[in-house]
Write a protein that binds this ligand. Structure first.
Ligand SMILES: *[C@@H]1O[C@H](CO)[C@@H](O)[C@H](O)[C@H]1NC(C)=O
Ligand SMILES: *[C@@H]1O[C@H](CO)[C@@H](O)[C@H](O)[C@H]1NC(C)=O
Ligand SMILES: *[C@@H]1O[C@H](CO)[C@@H](O)[C@H](O)[C@H]1NC(C)=O
Length: 501
């Protein structure tokens, strides 16, 4: 009897990860009773104006009550343009002379905001300021171990992550010394954050940055952080807990327009040099998404990519046998009429797909034959496009008409897809096939939901996240997680139950 556990980890969109470099670390002990308390303040330095002094007064009172251990500043320390230099009087006028309450005479741990980058950044990072006021500690990226094992704070320099400060600075001049080449700087920061999170053994892990990730206010969500930082919070924290056997990618491997060729640097930049975490050094099984079809498809299918990175395996349609489970990867993009009849300004690479009718009918025949031949306990079909979805793209009619009858005929257990940028679990009430959408790898929050029968819709989540599956012969345990690794939805499927139907 086999008791092998298959765990697969689904990522629908590409994020970022890991390396060896080390962030500077600081230690801050807890109180004798093991507790810690601190205040957090951001966007403050205005020489006392705009109620800065009033806020400081209240911080002093609360700081006293809570007997705080330290203070965190989330940046924009000096308006409107940071400091002009280490001797800028704003340092006293906006910091030392404002936060004068006895309870605020503690260590301050400070990151930079975008306004700080409009002045002399090196001044704020300089030890000369710490000599002027011993509370001051400002670095670009660093770690604070508090407790010391209790809480780990990872301070992240988020300003250089935001594109518009570089591409559209308007009349602002930013001090990017120490940042360029920007790409390398960001890559290193993200790698360091990922490795710090992965290695941390602290009970609480807290990331501090200046820019919003989720915000209902003026600036809203920061797109770049959602794309680059959130995947690290997801994968770094949860990925290591499952012993992953392989990774499945449900397509749209390279945005916006696939690869230009086998030597497109995007292969390295968006795959090899990104998914470097040890837990992701497994085989990756890829299908193609519609965005991949907008580039050179043959490049993604080429064995040359496999020579460049042996984890890479991308085929149009293929079968993966894994003891008691068989995965059928199906190339769904050529099924969708509108890419042919109404491609808009996009050009699709249909080499190898024409004549389309023949391609599709052969593919359907092959899938049907393979499913019929399969003796696996679990049969799982994977494709990029949705079949049942309450999300933005909704139901793909072409697949409902052509693929679903084959799935139903052959008692397929699950269909797993991406395409819609959300997480969903829909059970078809007649066939009992489970439809899983795992498309929340990065850009989400479409607020675009269509009505779906609540009897069938077991999960609808519009934010980022991912799905995991652990399987044995008899049981499949499926979980959906949000970006913090919190389980949003869990579902067990058992084989006895299935064969009884
Ligand atoms: C200062 O705070 C008071 C009380 O909230 C508010 O009425 C006033 O508008 C604030 N002043 C400024 C400049 O924001
Ligand atoms: C991949 O990119 C990294 C930096 O992003 C670079 O160090 C490495 O040399 C590149 N590798 C290849 C094969 O181009
Ligand atoms: C699934 O089964 C596991 C035991 O294998 C159990 O701990 C868990 O609570 C079950 N989850 C659900 C949602 O039924």
């Amino acid at each position: 009897m086999t008791l092998t556990l298959v765990s697969c980890f689904l990522v629908a969109l590409f994020g970022v990860l890991y390396c060896e470099a080390e962030l500077e670390r600081f230690e801050h002990g807890a109180k004798p009773d093991g507790s810690l308390s601190f205040l957090v303040i951001g966007d403050w330095g205005r020489r006392g104006d705009y109620n800065q002094s009033e806020v400081a007064l209240q911080m002093g009172i609360i700081g006293e009550k809570l007997d705080i251990d330290f203070i965190i500043s989330t940046g924009d320390n000096f308006y409107d343009k940071g400091l002009t230099g280490v001797d800028d009087p704003a340092f006293h006028e906006s910091f030392s002379d404002v936060y004068t309450a006895p309870s605020l005479q503690k260590q301050w741990y400070i990151v930079l905001g975008n306004h700080d980058y409009r002045g002399n950044v090196e001044a704020q990072l300089s030890p000369i300021l710490t000599e002027k006021d011993s509370r001051w500690l400002c670095l670009r990226n660093f770690i604070l171990n508090a407790g010391p094992e209790m809480a780990e704070f990872i301070f992240v320099d988020t300003t250089p992550m935001v594109d518009k400060y570089f591409t559209d600075p308007e009349d602002q001049v930013y001090d990017w010394r120490g940042i360029s080449p920007r790409k390398n700087y960001l890559k290193n920061v993200l790698e360091e954050v990922e490795s710090a999170l992965r290695e941390s053994t602290a009970k609480w892990k807290i990331v501090v940055g200046h820019h919003t990730i989720k915000s209902a206010s003026t600036h809203g969500n920061t797109y770049e952080l959602n794309v680059h930082l959130l995947p690290i919070l997801e994968m770094g924290l949860v990925g290591q807990k499952l012993d992953i056997d392989y990774v499945i990618s449900t397509g749209d491997n390279f945005y916006e327009d696939g690869l230009t060729g086998v030597h497109d640097p995007a292969f390295n930049e968006s795959f090899s040099s990104i998914y470097t975490s040890p837990s992701l050094q497994k085989q990756w099984y890829h299908v193609l998404g519609n965005h991949d079809y907008r580039g050179d498809v043959k490049a993604q299918l080429s064995h040359i990519l496999r020579q460049k990175d042996k984890r890479w395996l991308c085929l149009r349609s293929f079968i993966l046998e894994s003891e008691f489970v068989e995965f059928f990867f199906v190339d769904t993009t050529p099924f969708v009429d509108k890419y042919f009849t109404d491609p808009g300004k996009h050009t699709y690479d249909w080499r190898g797909v024409y004549p389309r009718e023949v391609y599709l009918s052969n593919l359907l025949k092959d899938v049907d034959a393979a499913l019929k031949k399969s003796t696996a306990t679990w049969k799982i079909v994977v494709g990029h496009h949705t079949i049942k979805s309450a999300g933005h793209h909704g139901v793909t009619e072409e697949l409902v008409k052509q693929l679903v009858p084959i799935l139903e005929d052959n008692s397929v257990d699950m269909y797993i897809n991406g395409h819609d940028h959300c997480l969903e679990h829909i059970i078809d009430s007649t066939s009992q096939i489970h439809y899983f959408t795992s498309g929340g790898g990065s850009k989400a929050w479409n607020s675009d939901v269509h009505w779906w029968d609540p009897e069938e819709l077991k999960l609808w989540y519009d934010g980022q996240g991912f799905m995991s599956m652990q399987m044995t012969q008899k049981k499949a345990h499926i979980r959906f997680y949000d970006v913090f690794g919190k389980v949003l939805h869990a579902w067990n499927l058992t084989k006895e139950m299935h064969s009884a139907i």
